[in-house]
Design a protein around this ligand. Structure first.
Ligand SMILES: C[S@@+](CC[C@H](N)C(=O)[O-])C[C@H]1O[C@@H](n2cnc3c(N)ncnc32)[C@H](O)[C@@H]1O
Length: 255
């Protein structure tokens, strides 16, 4: 495999740009050291949104609203998003106002652990991007809220590859997080209600689909793509601006 850094530069050159507002939000977030989804993650998310065309999205971990605005600008969905850190809550509110998306966002402020049990809706797309050590704790509620056929995307699952390191090679403060992340990956890949693929893109993403009660009856897991694969979705002319005409045709090619 070519040098990873060169490969990333090449892949970044293939990613479609965002709106000027999103580009600005991304730069501001980087300057302020606020983590936001990476370019590769954006590319996979954009494709998944075009494929799934979600109506109700739940996001756990708003930060300053970058990924929420990204989802809104790449779909016709309504987004419910949760954040518990006061300075980021204020920044996200301002960003939702700047983006003119307030009517399409339900912004819930507080700890997701407390909020999730009170949510009654059902969601066809859930984006998990909060404290990495808490994913397993959120999972039972996430499974309750995710509709059959719904997509669960979990970000940062590979932790820069650190989750492979032995217990002693990892800084003490990260040990518990990595251990919990490995447990979470086991849970979502072994759960018969989910079909999960774990891919290396960005900081590692797990993409899961909730299958119905009879959804094959077996666990189906695809692990890290080895030699590159391009997945494209053919969208209708007006996609993203009020249309529901995506053809959901997937082309897979080796690259
Ligand atoms: C990686 S950032 C989210 C980035 C955002 N999704 C984006 O790409 O623009 C994670 C955010 O989750 C928030 N968070 C962590 N644990 C949380 C919890 N238990 N409840 C609510 N928010 C939480 C953090 O304060 C942080 O702002």
């Amino acid at each position: 495999m070519a040098d990873r850094q060169r490969l990333n530069v090449f892949l970044d050159s293939l990613y479609r740009g965002n709106s000027a507002l999103l580009e600005n939000m991304e730069k501001e977030a980087h300057r302020a050291d606020v983590p936001v989804i990476r370019k590769g993650t954006q590319s996979v998310m954009r494709m998944l949104l075009a494929l799934k065309q979600p109506v109700e999205v739940l996001e756990i971990g708003t930060a300053v609203g970058f990924s929420a605005v990204f989802i809104l600008q790449n779909s016709n969905a309504h987004v419910t998003t949760i954040e518990n850190y006061a300075p980021r809550i204020a920044a996200a509110r301002e960003n939702f106002r700047r983006a003119g998306v307030e009517e399409r966002v339900t912004f819930l402020t507080g700890d997701a652990q407390d909020i999730l049990p009170y949510l009654a809706g059902s969601y066809d797309f859930i984006f998990m991007d909060a404290a990495k050590g808490q994913y397993s704790a959120f999972l039972p509620q996430v499974m309750r809220l995710l509709m059959p056929g719904g997509v669960l995307v979990t970000d940062n699952v590979l932790q820069e590859g650190e989750i492979l390191e032995s217990h002693y090679a990892v800084e003490r403060r990260n040990r518990t997080i990595y251990k919990r992340m490995r447990e979470y990956l086991r849970e979502i890949t072994e759960d018969p209600r989910l079909v999960t693929a774990v891919i290396e893109t960005g900081d590692g993403m797990a993409i899961s689909v909730k299958v119905g009660k009879d959804g094959g009856g077996t666990t189906s897991t695809e692990a890290a793509v080895t030699d590159g694969m391009a997945i494209s979705v053919k969208v209708g002319k007006d996609h993203g601006a009020g249309s529901d005409t995506a053809d959901s045709v997937i082309k897979k090619e080796s690259i």
